[in-house]
Ligand binder design. Structure first.
Ligand code: FE
Ligand code: FE
Ligand code: ZN
Length: 278
């Protein structure tokens, strides 16, 4: 399987690849810039090439880059919205230095505008940033529904996808903590949840998994991640997710509260679920 965690991009691309190898990971996530925002560093193309080589040599799965948390493309305030559209545009240009990977973002928070008003704005942002020649697939993350988050259920994700002009270049990142917190019972009815995902969005759109336990109960809309097996979702249910035939071969990204040693152990744990098969 393809499993990894979030790595810090501050030391460069190739070093993230080396870091992943140390953790016995074969994919990873990274913030395209400081997660709290700010300007992005210039891309070092030599460094990007070295990472691509390392990934090829070690049979890595696709990377799942993550947009900064400050990016809210449907923000009510004009200046934040414009800043966010620019980040999205610039990040997608930059992703082309690492071709054929995933770029995941939170659809956004509508802060009082209502989800229905925000949905077309989110789609417009993607439509303005995503070019036909790009090799990146843009992923919308399923959200816990905290505050005014858009993407709180499969219907909202589908509504955004329906307005995208390059549908083959967009997909969904299934966050187990968020889906659970959003009210989908993956503990008692994983098959039912995946069936619902298929009915509303289509399983062909499910490209990556954010693999997290949750501190809270199903439907809590809290978004507090927990270590695998130590939260309300629990080990058995997460094992069922990791070994589910419909999710086979997708990159699984851990976003659990761990240090390096903890991630190394957790990666080994998840690998033990399916005996290391991809
Ligand atoms: Fe996220
Ligand atoms: Fe996530
Ligand atoms: Zn989360």
């Amino acid at each position: 399987m393809y499993i990894g965690n979030h790595l810090s991009s501050s030391k460069g691309f190739e070093n993230m690849g080396k870091e992943a190898l140390k953790l016995d990971a074969n994919t990873f996530a990274f913030f395209t810039r400081n997660p709290r925002g700010g300007a992005a560093k210039a891309i070092d193309n030599e460094d990007a090439i070295k990472l691509r080589k390392l990934m090829k040599e070690h049979n890595f799965g696709k990377l799942v880059a993550h947009a900064p948390y400050t990016m809210n493309v449907c923000a009510a305030k004009e200046d934040i919205r414009e800043f966010s559209w620019n980040i999205l545009k610039e990040d997608l240009q930059r992703m082309e230095y690492l071709p054929d990977n995933y770029y995941n973002f939170h659809p956004g928070s509508h802060v009082g505008q209502g989800g229905d008003a925000a949905i077309p704005v989110i789609a417009d942002a993607v439509n303005s940033a995503l070019m036909p020649e790009y090799t990146t697939t843009v992923l919308l993350e399923t959200m816990a529904g905290k505050g005014s988050e858009v993407g709180r259920n499969f219907e909202e994700i589908r509504a955004i996808l329906d307005l995208i002009k390059l549908p083959d270049k967009v997909g969904v990142c299934f966050d187990t903590c968020h889906v659970w917190d959003g009210g989908y019972d993956i503990v008692n009815d994983l098959d039912g949840v995946l069936k619902e995902f298929d009915r509303i969005i289509g399983l062909d759109k499910l490209k990556a998994v954010h693999f997290n336990d949750s501190m809270n109960v199903c439907g809590s809309h809290k978004d507090r991640h927990q270590k695998i097996g130590e939260g309300e979702i629990g080990l058995e249910a997460l094992k069922a997710v990791a070994t589910h035939p419909l999710l086979k071969g997708k990159p699984f990204i851990l976003e659990t509260p761990n240090d390096d040693e903890g991630y190394k152990k957790e990666i080994a744990l998840v690998r033990s679920f399916d005996n290391g098969e991809v």
